[in-house]
Design a protein around this ligand. Structure first.
Ligand code: HEC
Length: 152
């Protein structure tokens, strides 16, 4: 009798554990793959994938690195309305802005390729390029664009 009681408690506990785990997995998935056109949402997705990329590097998990890098390279595009506002503000600087996006895109694509060749040294060198691309754009444009997107 006591044994059966203990046994059912253990089963219920493991169900709760599995359920909570599944919910956590779901929320991570949602932030990573949410198809949104809002720039902040896209950026937070990039942050999640950059975390995943970092984790992949330190766990030497090439599948994780490849997944994260492909997510970064193929991040959702901002909506036409958002792009219009950005273009109207940046005018001839739009090329520089896009250049930073391309820097991140190309480095991320090459990371995915290097991960499939299990070349960790190359992955880490390109990882620096990704971070540099994110940070360069933020340095020059983040506050400015943030303001104009908030104002509208
Ligand atoms: C081409 C320019 C550009 C590149 C490249 C870029 N960002 Fe951003 N990022 C922005 C702008 C502009 C904002 C401000 C958005 C806003 O406030 O509406 C921003 C904001 C952010 C934010 C803050 C979001 C919030 O909720 O306030 C995070 C996090 C972020 N970026 C992460 C990244 C990561 C990680 C990368 C590289 C993998 C990256 N960004 C690359 C332009 C860029």
């Amino acid at each position: 009798m006591k044994f059966i009681k203990l046994f059912s408690v253990a089963i219920i506990a493991s169900y709760i554990f599995l359920y909570v785990n599944a919910q956590e997995q779901k929320s991570v998935q949602a932030t990573i793959s949410a198809p949104s056109n809002d720039l902040k949402t896209i950026m937070n997705g990039l942050l999640e994938d950059t975390k995943l990329l970092t984790e992949g590097i330190f766990l030497e998990d090439f599948a994780k690195i490849e997944l994260a890098a492909n997510n970064i390279a193929n991040h959702p595009k901002p909506s036409p309305e958002t792009l219009k506002k950005v273009k109207a503000n940046l005018v001839e600087e739009m090329g520089v802005f896009k250049g930073f996006d391309m820097e991140v895109h190309n480095a991320a694509l090459e990371i995915a390729m290097s991960a499939s060749n299990e070349d960790l040294t190359r992955v880490v060198s390109l990882y620096h390029q990704v971070i540099d691309g994110c940070q360069s754009c933020h340095n020059q444009y983040k506050n400015r664009i943030s303001k104009i997107l908030k104002a509208n």
